[in-house]
Design a protein around this ligand. Structure first.
Ligand code: BTN
Length: 246
């Protein structure tokens, strides 16, 4: 992973570049990194602020031999990769907020955006985007989100080398991906749950239809979050917001 790494100073979005590369037939493991994105994309059509030299703005091309239904497993796998990297490189205790936000001290430092192209019930390719706030100072975090977003530097108190951190992510990615391909989702699930935020705890869950209190139990092989309400009913959630302490 990363033998085929393209570095750009400024791009609209590394996702868009990797989609184009995928269509041109570039191989599995191709990586695009940019110092700055002027139109970084987050989940749910949100913008992803990607200021120059302050973070990791990277997309990885994957060509897994999987049915589309298993694509969420790749996102969960990538979240464990980032959690393991942060644990290995610092004293921080990262947590994963379902489905794939990386939190440190309850604040988001990184997010993952997985986009898939599938045909005839087979994944053609996946573009897995990783955005990680690395060296922003407190004053550089957008004010509207500063209560819930942070950077590795703010939380650890020290500057991180971006090239070294990219190398650590790619090394960890390769190990975890190979293990996932050989052994399946079970190990990823175990690790995800180890880092899982609020797993075993009661939170407030909101969907389009309702809001209720439930205990988070863990994740399902299809990437769903399992929760148990106060009457003991279990539910699988595919799209929901989790709140706590409000
Ligand atoms: C999220 O909403 O939490 C996901 C954010 C993903 C951002 C990354 S930065 C690299 C890649 N390029 C993009 O435009 N988005 C992803």
């Amino acid at each position: 992973m990363g033998q085929n790494l393209y570095h750009y100073d400024q791009v609209e979005s590394t996702q868009q570049i990797v989609h184009e590369m995928a269509k041109q037939g570039m191989p599995h493991g191709t990586v695009v990194v940019a110092d700055e994105q002027v139109r970084g994309k987050g989940r749910m059509a949100r913008n992803w602020h990607s200021p120059k030299g302050k973070g990791i703005w990277m997309s990885i091309l994957l060509r897994p031999n999987l049915p589309p239904i298993q694509a969420p497993q790749l996102t969960l796998m990538a979240a464990t990769v980032l959690a393991k990297m942060i644990s290995e490189e610092s004293d921080l205790k990262p947590q994963i907020k379902w489905p794939n936000d990386l939190l440190v001290h309850h604040k988001k430092v990184s997010g993952i955006l997985t986009e898939m192209q599938a045909e005839h019930d087979q994944i053609q390719y996946v573009v897995l985007g990783i955005g990680m706030n690395v060296n922003q100072d407190l004053s550089e975090i957008q004010q509207e989100i500063s209560h819930k977003a942070s950077s590795l530097k703010i939380e650890s108190g020290s500057h991180w080398s971006i090239p070294k951190t990219i190398q650590s992510i790619l090394r960890q990615f390769e190990i975890t991906y190979d293990q996932y391909v050989k052994e399946g989702f079970q190990q990823v699930k175990k690790e995800w749950e180890r880092y899982g935020y609020k797993i075993g705890e009661e939170v407030t869950i909101s969907t389009m239809k309702k809001t209720w209190e439930a205990t988070l139990i863990g994740i399902e092989p299809d990437g769903a979050l399992k929760a148990r309400d106060r009457s003991g009913n279990e539910e699988k959630l595919y799209s929901a917001e989790i709140h706590w302490g409000e």
